[in-house]
Design a protein. Structure first.
Length: 494
């Protein structure tokens, strides 16, 4: 029996998710996060496996090692203080809080402004100088043997970190029946040996990453960075589209799942290879493929379809526009059924299914762009870090929502990211020295908001209010803290 999504509720589910992916679900009416939500996030910290173990522990030793190497260049010892796991978590929390306020590309001086336009949570979390120092010093590999590793691996500075993250993503979740593979481009214009130019992408230049995503819930399960042609050695691998698909799907072999691909990957040989490993495939075919019979490329009546069958493989040519055919290949469908919900368009079920599942990677990309942690950096490993943070937050929220009785507020991505950022940075905020204050003082805040400081009681006897007329003879024991003038209850500010 053919397996496919052709139910009204399934179609509506996917359409709504794809159409509303970049919009915020719920506004946040309060700057504070409920304590029960923070407790839930701490107890059910889905991101602990995905984020903290990967980022905190793996980069801590290498970052400290780099800080030691530059201590002699700085005049003050405190400027090169070593970091620890708590501070690294706070650093990540800082990035997530920037993501919540959509201020990832905002000048840090604006976030730390003391004229009333800044955001208090940032200076309370970490000083601006310290944040910039960690941005500069964060490392994911040992700088001593980096050069020797670069001779055989372009991804040497980030490989261990990235692969550990991918393994954690796989261990934390089991994908459902339908998955999608596609490429995405992380924007970057700096120096990088494998930077790609993709004119159809909004950013044009960047680092290409292949992603395998759950087509239903948009969980990113597997990723691979495209490093181009590697030097001779253990990391030189086949980067053809067929090889990339086979490597990504290997952990899912013999599971009966379906893979949706675009015309960059779809081919008859790949479909048969996957079918041998009990993986079906649905995808579009480029019309220059030799496997397509000539009858499927000729002009035909608008909205008409031509089907072809060979063992467990189905091919269909659909006339979507005048003089334009769309050719699809499927090892999941075995009939020529037309989707009746498409009315006069008369689309085959193969095309309906493909349209519902093809955009999973693009949806994740749009979700990441809506609340991105990426800050401007000339170091390409930091671009990978920001990409990992974006994916980790999306995956962690999916895991949190899949638990029993999750907080209803987590339906809002912004609320979840805010809670995650506060939880990660809470321990560091609470241990800050009491004598040092990096955020505006109370008197400065009162001056900014034009609020008079509260009055204090006089130790001496009652005195006449300076604002009341003499005939009232109104006396009081309150005086202004700023000008030390006596004020009655009516005129003093609370």
């Amino acid at each position: 029996m053919t397996r496919y999504l052709n139910y009204d509720d399934e179609n509506e589910y996917f359409r709504n998710l794809i159409e509303t992916v970049s919009s915020d679900d719920e506004p946040i009416s309060d700057d504070s996060v409920a304590s029960e939500d923070e407790e839930y996030c701490s107890n059910h910290d889905s991101s602990t496996e995905i984020e903290t173990e990967t980022k905190g522990e793996s980069s801590l030793a290498t970052t400290d090692f780099y800080i030691e190497s530059i201590q002699d260049r700085l005049t003050r010892e405190r400027d090169a203080k070593k970091t620890d796991e708590i501070e690294i978590k706070a650093f990540l929390g800082f990035l997530y809080l920037c993501r919540t306020h959509k201020s990832s590309h905002t000048n840090l001086k604006d976030l730390y402004a003391t004229d009333g336009t800044g955001i208090d949570i940032f200076p309370k979390t970490m000083s601006r100088i310290r944040f910039l120092f960690l941005m500069r010093c964060l490392r994911f590999d040992n700088i001593n043997d980096r050069q020797s590793r670069r001779e055989i691996d372009k991804l040497g500075p980030i490989r261990d970190f990235f692969e550990t993250f991918v393994i954690n993503c796989k261990n934390a979740y089991t994908v459902e029946e339908f998955v999608t593979i596609d490429e995405k481009l992380e924007p970057f214009r700096g120096r990088c040996g494998f930077r790609q130019y993709m004119p159809k992408k909004p950013s044009k230049y960047g680092i290409k990453i292949f992603a395998l995503v759950d087509s239903r819930v948009f969980y990113t399960w597997n990723m691979e960075i495209y490093a181009g042609k590697q030097p001779n050695g253990p990391f030189k691998i086949d980067c053809s589209s067929k090889a990339i698909v086979m490597r990504s799907m290997t952990p899912l072999f013999n599971s009966g799942r379906n893979l949706t691909t675009d015309n960059l990957y779809t081919g008859y040989e790949l479909a048969q290879e996957l079918l041998k490993n009990k993986i079906t495939m649905v995808g579009t075919l480029r019309q220059n493929k030799r496997d397509i019979p000539p009858e499927f490329l000729v002009k035909k009546e608008l909205y008409s379809s031509v089907f072809g069958f060979q063992k467990e493989t189905t091919i269909v040519s659909y006339s979507a526009k005048k003089n334009k055919n769309v050719v699809m290949l499927s090892t999941m469908h075995t009939d020529d059924k037309i989707d009746e919900t498409t009315m006069e368009l008369k689309k085959p079920d193969i095309i309906t299914f493909y349209n519902l599942t093809k955009g999973a990677v693009d949806v994740v990309d749009e979700m990441a762009a809506a609340y991105t942690t990426a800050r401007i950096s000339n170091r390409w490993p930091m671009v990978i870090l920001f990409s990992v943070l974006n994916v980790a937050a999306i995956n962690a929220r999916i895991l949190s929502m899949s638990t029993k009785n999750p907080p209803t507020q987590f339906k809002s991505r912004r609320f979840y990211l805010k809670t995650l950022g506060l939880v990660l940075s809470e321990q560091h905020r609470n241990r800050k020295p009491q004598g040092k204050t990096t955020y505006p003082s109370t008197s400065k805040e009162l001056e900014i908001t034009n609020i008079e400081p509260p009055a204090k009681k006089l130790k001496a006897n009652y005195k006449r209010c300076v604002f009341c007329p003499c005939n009232k003879d109104r006396k009081s024991r309150f005086m202004c803290q700023k000008c030390e003038k006596t004020l009655c209850v009516e005129h003093h500010s609370y």
